[in-house]
Design a protein around this ligand. Sequence first.
Ligand SMILES: [Zn+2]
Length: 418
Amino acid sequence: MELKTKDGYYLILKDLMPVLEDKIQKLQRRAKKLNLPTIRIEQDGEVVKKDRGRVYEFIRVRPMGDAPTLDGWEFIGTIRHTPEGNIIAVVPGSKYEAPAALRDARPMCDHCKTRRARNETYIVRNTKSRKVKQVGRSCLKDFLNGHGSPEAVTAFFSTFRSFEEFLKSLRDRSETSGRDKYLLDVECLLTFAAQVAIDDGYFVSIAEARGNKDVDSTAAKALKFLHRHMDPSFERDKPRLTITKAAEQMAADIMAWVKGNFGGKSVDDMTIYEYNLTVMFALPGVKPRDVYTVISAVGAYKRTQEREVARRAEQRRYKQSQHVGKVGDRVELDLTLMKTRTVCTDYGDMHIYVFEDDAGNVLVWKTSTIMMFVTENDEQTFKPGDRLRLRATIKDHDEYNNIKQTVLARGKALAVLG
Ligand SMILES: [Zn+2]
């Protein structure tokens, strides 16, 4: 992974940012004590790099320092005079392009107009006229005006140079130790889990696997394959997972489903589990402790799909359903119980019975008491598939999921039919 940038920024692994912030704080305390301009870092966004299921997060940082402005002059940089030529250092962030003439400038002082054997001279610039002057150490004091000694300014430069070295070392650490500081790519996790579920024909949750020693969870299988994918040399003799277009499509569909708030749900309508998923899916990658939650989305998605398929099948099946009787009539009907469901309400349990008559019409009865056929010495409850004769009042002619249904009230089972 190449972390060098052309624009003077360094890519630092997000996990290493506290180290950098510590360093900055120390430097700033020291600069304050010496009455020097402080060094800071400019952050310019995050960079995410993906590599075989791993996700690395970097922060773009650039070292900055403010040139001290003093009585209309700002300190721009230093010229170190060596027998081989001048070494010019410019205050970071000053955007000053040293003119070529300075490269072989003699150790002159434009202030007192003297030329002496100076190892170092300083560049100052008028903030209004932008005029640049080269001055000697003793004259620099006039420009600094008590805001710091030339020694302190020189110290600032060496500090800045060593800070840049520190940044470079941090960048190198970002390249190497970053190998175990990664996040996991959500879409990659989903793709592997989707492939395992497609190959098996079903999704096994962690809870289901815990209850059955002979079955591995889909997540455990997917992660095993994912680790072999991340490290091609790991368990080289073990099988690899072949990712199909179907698994990639399912992963993309699940991403869209979660990011679309599960079909446009409001945040208030989401369960905590659903909300957590939307947060995780918006991140560039997830921590290892979150991978099981991410993968569970495959199971949740499959269940939703299956419910949707069942709902469509029901719609096709009951397309012909017509309303029965007249609202208000008390009737006796021969019915087959198709579905039962109990929901908790503020007023206690409500039992919902869905029936079909011999003509294929749908009838529904919602009641607070369990439907029973009572004889002198027995009482019988009903399960889907049972046929019975029901006396009931036609309460309403309704529609549900585009299926016409007759709503019943005050029902009473009169007989169990064969
Ligand atoms: Zn001078």
